[in-house]
Design a protein around this ligand. Structure first.
Ligand code: GDP
Length: 362
């Protein structure tokens, strides 16, 4: 899962992003954990992995990961046409969802770029930037398709779609709000437009609002998010950066002192998973216990394909036991004895927490 972070200056993006990258250092045994300045990677918290690793005496635990892209730069220059590096821009456009950090904390020492704390106004400001950035791309697409459509009539529906999208953006509306056919959605997907992506609002609140009820500002953002079918999570940049400094054992205590059950970062990842309709299946063995991310509704062969394309191509069956059954039994042998180890075929729809061994032809 790739998430892009946007927001006005001084709302706490860097604070949150730095807390993320610091926490992410723990996942440094991960093969592709190259640290780039604007990219942070964190492990998806999953206590089931530790339990399985103990049961299977695994040498290694590999959690699923989430990559965060700091897209502050894009938003700042987007409407002024300031270019970013092409490679970075393509990273940004590839994100699965956008996390919009909104300032909901009061602190007279931290200047607000627009003079006062007003989350709803800030949301409008940033959405406008996203819209303007998309508009620039769509205008180019319209111009290009107009030329091509003269020679190729089959492009007429595409041109019509681009024009409809352009009108939507010009009216100040997000592409996400348009109702489109699956075919149209597919065409737009290739363009990776920012205002087409699912949105997760991250209210950066004061410490007090985190443990008690949400303050007025965060509550307004929460209502707005619900009305838009967007995700919402309240976190405190300050608490996150304090947490990032602590050792894992100390974190639980620190959270408990604040009356919190989990770190904001963990809640942010869960909110992203549910917004995007994602879940995890697990593989376990002596070599490695690992979590894999798939969309809810994925069938067994496609889940196998996430591990390796050969597994999907040569898929025969999946041997599955659900995590809860396995833990209740204490071992695979006992699960088998109780008939809880199932062999599933091509049409099996994967469930969260399935512990899987794929059978395949090579
Ligand atoms: P960015 O410009 O959005 O990246 O914002 P920064 O992360 O640089 O934060 C701007 C200022 O706000 C810094 O001085 C932070 O220490 C402060 N800040 C960030 N999060 C919080 C928070 O949750 N509470 C308070 N009081 N200050 C915060």
């Amino acid at each position: 899962m790739k998430l892009g972070i946007v927001g006005l200056p001084n709302v706490g993006k860097s604070t949150i992003f730095n807390a993320i990258t610091q926490a992410g250092a723990e996942a440094s045994n991960y093969p592709f954990c190259t640290i780039e300045p604007n990219v942070g990677m964190v492990a998806v918290p999953d206590e089931r992995l530790d339990v399985l690793a103990r049961m299977y005496e695994s040498k290694k635990i590999t959690p699923a990961t989430v990559q965060f892209f700091d897209i502050a730069g894009l938003v700042k220059g987007a409407s002024k046409g300031e270019g970013l590096g092409n490679q970075f821009l393509s990273h940004i456009r590839e994100v699965n969802a956008i996390c919009h950090v909104v300032r909901c904390f009061e602190d007279s020492n931290v200047t607000h770029v627009d003079g006062s704390v007003d989350p709803m106004r800030d949301i409008e400001t940033i959405e406008l930037e996203l819209i303007l950035s998309d508009l620039e791309m769509v205008e180019r697409a319209v111009a290009k398709t107009e030329k091509l459509a003269k020679a190729d009539r089959s492009l007429a529906p595409t041109l019509e779609l681009f024009e409809q999208v352009k009108k939507t953006l010009e009216a100040g509306q997000l592409i996400r709000t348009l109702s489109l056919t699956d075919e149209q959605k597919l065409i737009l997907k290739g363009m990776n437009l920012l205002s087409d992506k699912p949105m997760l609002y991250v209210a950066n609140v004061s410490e007090d609002d985190l443990a008690g009820g949400l303050g007025e500002y965060a509550a307004a953002v929460q209502r707005f998010a619900a009305s838009q079918g967007a995700g919402f999570v309240a976190i405190s940049g300050k608490v996150e950066s304090d947490l990032a400094e602590l050792e894992p054992e100390e974190r639980k205590e620190f959270l408990a002192d604040l009356g919190l059950e989990s770190a904001g970062l963990d809640r942010l990842i869960s909110a992203g998973y549910s917004l995007l309709g994602l879940m995890s299946f697990l593989t376990a063995g002596e070599k490695e216990t690992r979590a894999w991310t798939i969309p809810v509704g994925t069938k067994a062969p496609q889940a196998a394909g996430v591990i390796h394309t050969d597994f999907e191509r040569g898929f025969i069956r999946a041997q599955i036991v659900s995590y809860n059954d396995l833990v209740a039994c204490g071992s695979v042998a006992e699960a088998r004895a109780r008939g809880l180890l199932r062999l599933e075929g091509r049409d099996y729809v994967m469930q969260d927490g399935d512990v899987v061994e794929f059978r395949f032809n090579v």
